[in-house]
Design a protein. Sequence first.
Length: 132
Amino acid sequence: MTNIVSFTIATEAEKSADFRRVLWTGENTQLVIMTIPVDGEIGAETHPETDQILTIVSGTGEATISGQTKKVAQGDLVVVPAGLHHNLVNSGPNPLVLYTVYGPPEHADGAVHATKEEADALEEAGKDEPPA
């Protein structure tokens, strides 16, 4: 029997101050909430084989994909197809809160990274790998 996995996603995202928290990991997708601090960013990156959909819950920012930049705010959704260089920068006076769906998963199941620095260190050390 399958258990229903259900979240009030905006509430879950708003109550987490962590830079990144993996809420759910499946075989083909992964749900992650993120809080980008004032003057912070996700960090310019490319996922060669992973699509990413980011949905802004609160705050304001700038999404850059393949050199094109667009302002984003609550309710906006940004699609990043696999292989495109991208970044999301908090350009507002409050934390930028979002949830993102990766397909396939990008991070370790259940990962919690309090800060971007912690997330970067774990990724660099090979300790944030998605399930095989």
